[in-house]
Design a protein. Structure first.
Length: 53
């Protein structure tokens, strides 16, 4: 099993839901740093995500 780094925009709806549910059950980042906030994408870089193959 390997890992792949890919652009956040390619995150599937299922993966997004899993991340949001995990955050609700056991928070692991501050809400102001949530990758789901609109202002998060205003930066000049695009967030990346790591997916297991």
């Amino acid at each position: 099993m390997g890992l792949v780094i890919f652009p956040w925009q390619e995150l599937t709806e299922e993966e997004k839901q899993q991340l949001q549910q995990g955050q609700e059950e056991k928070p692991w980042y501050q809400q102001g740093l949530s990758p789901f906030l609109d202002h998060f994408f205003a930066f000049s870089f695009l967030p990346k995500y790591i997916r297991r193959n």
